[in-house]
Design a protein around this ligand. Structure first.
Ligand code: PEP
Ligand code: MG
Length: 572
């Protein structure tokens, strides 16, 4: 009988291989009282130095293999190793409490780990993994017990670990490592992010994979189902082998779409852009032939640190994205915090209905100092590429006017300071509320572009919380009501010569693409890994055929009729 483990899918796809059971050396030590403080301090210094050298080597290897973005993760490790607060806390423990260096390192780092793990913010919680990684590395040097070197693997394997540290993940060679499975972790952990970037399937948070899986087991990872099949029966294995072959064939086939334009058979162009959360995603963006960045969710920049990122830190991130994209457009969304996205250091109010409360532009218009810092960083970065700025969750003209006013004020402040700012920045809004749709004709005269956020638009149209399972049956993103709203925006924009994009999840859905392209959408912005498949699909469609489907969709009264109609078109 096949044994099935479930977890959280960190990265989709199928992998079939034997396990590589990753076990750390025994890093236990005895806590003893010491009397020679300086010899313990010297040991600390040398262990930190050795750890630093090791990380620099990992970083260097990553850079040499072109994985510059992954290499940046280790900048955070180096910073931790040099963090004066951390080092002096360890030294104080040694000199004041007279404990040996192993105990001092362990206790101080554990307290940091606990602090991060107890944070409400999911992203910050995951950062505890970085400190665990550093703790392990420093202890391994103090105890002289080297950590396993994953870069030496030269057999096809699936890595099994209780937790996979970011540095271990960075050592994986995708020619041999077909996937990984861990007991702990979530979708936002670094290892999960790196798995998606490396394009290998991974399941995290299985809770007991490292205890259940044995060295001679045969494993299948089904990334889409978030399942691990242990010792599958022959027919199951055969099935998965052919699915894997099909997956590889289709990946190979899709590669021919990297450098071709997205164009229907009757020559109508559509721009396929990528949604990103950080400059770390750029490698996948370039690899998948994105024609721009349609949505840069800047809140991840704010979630990644203990305090709000400075103007310079933000400037560097925006500059990096703009420079990488060259003359392709980069649409940056200003901070969209609130709703389900919290920030421990911002002290957002606890509200009864956070999705209907102080979120996104509503918040930044109240916290104008925070907002101005982001706007200045964006304006300064604007000279490095083709920048478009958009405000999230606009519901009235007043909000748009106030946000634009702040942007223009900062632009003139920067110019007064002698700092260059591009004069070609486009200023647009996210369309996520029905009020903006009803006023689309008027908005179209004032904005430079619209970007429809169907994730939120769906929840606000059907008055159903997008996180609430009890009302998920109402979350009908393919409902004719949604498509009619989108059409109204497209028509209003085109009458004024403005462009419209869809950047919600609907954009990557091939059935929805039939309607969106049929209605004349200009840009579809999606997860980079969906771009090639979408391009292959759209390049096989004729716009005039899609227009006929649109007419039928508009006559439907229910979502399931629409879905049936669209599936029928695909099966034709
Ligand atoms: C949306 O609402 O569709 C959107 C793209 O924004 P987010 O998912 O970040 O709220
Ligand atoms: Mg949204």
């Amino acid at each position: 009988m096949t044994n099935i483990l479930t977890g959280i899918s960190a990265s989709k796809g199928i992998a079939i291989a034997r396990p590589y059971l990753l076990k750390d050396p025994d890093l236990s030590y005895e806590a003893v009282e010491i009397d020679n403080v300086s010899s313990e301090s010297a040991k600390l210094k040398s262990a930190l130095e050795q750890a630093k050298i090791e990380i620099l080597v990992i970083q260097d290897n990553l850079k040499q293999s072109g994985a510059n973005e992954e290499a940046e993760i280790f900048a955070a490790h180096l910073m931790l190793l040099e963090d004066p607060e951390l080092i002096s806390a360890i030294e104080a423990k040694i000199s004041e409490e007279k404990v040996n260096v192993e105990a001092a390192v362990d206790e101080v780092m554990q307290s940091y780990i606990i602090m991060f793990e107890s944070m409400d913010d999911e992203y910050l919680k995951e950062r505890a993994a970085d400190i665990k990684d550093i703790r392990k590395r420093v202890l391994s040097h103090l105890l002289n017990k080297p950590l396993p070197d994953l870069s030496l693997i030269d057999d096809e394997v699936i890595i099994i670990a209780e937790d996979l540290t970011p540095s271990a993940t960075a050592q994986l060679d995708v020619r041999y490592v077909k996937g990984f499975i861990t007991d702990v972790g979530g979708r936002t952990s670094h290892s999960a992010i790196m798995a998606r970037t490396m394009g290998i399937p991974a399941i995290v948070g299985t809770s007991n994979a490292s205890q259940v899986i044995e060295a001679d087991d045969m494993l299948i990872i089904d990334g889409s189902k978030a399942e691990v099949l242990i010792n599958p029966e022959t027919n199951v294995l055969k099935n998965y082998q052919s699915m894997l072959e099909e997956e590889l064939r289709s990946k190979e086939f899709l590669l021919k779409y990297v450098d071709v334009p997205t164009k229907t058979t009757d020559h109508v162009n559509v721009n396929l852009s990528a949604n990103i959360g950080s400059p770390l995603d750029l490698e996948a963006v370039v690899k998948n032939g994105a024609e721009g960045i349609g949505l840069y969710r800047t809140e991840f920049l704010y979630m990644g640190s203990k305090q709000a990122p400075t103007e310079d830190e933000q400037y560097e991130a925006y500059k990096k994205v703009l420079e990488t994209m060259g003359n392709r457009p980069v649409t940056v969304r200003t901070l969209d915090i609130g709703g389900d996205k919290e920030l421990s250091y911002l002290d957002l109010p606890k509200e009864m209905n956070p999705f209907l409360g102080l979120r996104a532009v509503r918040y930044t218009l109240q916290e104008t100092e925070l907002f101005r810092i982001q706007l200045r960083a964006l304006l300064r970065a604007s000279v490095h590429g083709h920048l478009k700025i958009m405000f999230p969750m606009i519901s009235t003209f007043e909000e748009f006017h106030s946000a634009k006013q702040l942007l223009l004020e900062e632009k003139s402040n920067l110019k007064d300071e002698g700092i260059q700012v591009s004069d070609d920045i486009e200023i647009g809004i996210m369309v996520e509320t029905p009020s903006v749709i009803m006023m689309a004709d008027q908005f179209a005269k004032e904005v430079d572009f619209f970007s429809i956020g169907t994730n939120d638009l769906t929840q606000y149209t059907f008055a159903c919380d997008r996180m609430n399972e009890n009302v998920s049956y109402l979350y009908q993103s393919h409902h004719p009501a949604i498509f009619k709203m989108i059409e109204k925006v497209i028509q209003a924009a085109h009458r004024e010569g403005k462009q419209v994009s869809v950047c919600g999840e609907l954009a990557s859905d091939t059935t929805a693409q039939i309607v969106l392209v049929g209605m004349g959408i200009d840009t579809l912005s999606m997860n980079a890994s969906s771009i090639l498949e979408s391009r292959a699909f759209i390049n096989g469609q004729s716009k005039s055929d899609l227009e006929k489907v649109v007419e039928k969709v508009k006559e439907c009264t229910m979502e399931n009729e629409v879905i049936e109609l669209l599936n029928k078109h695909i099966d034709k």
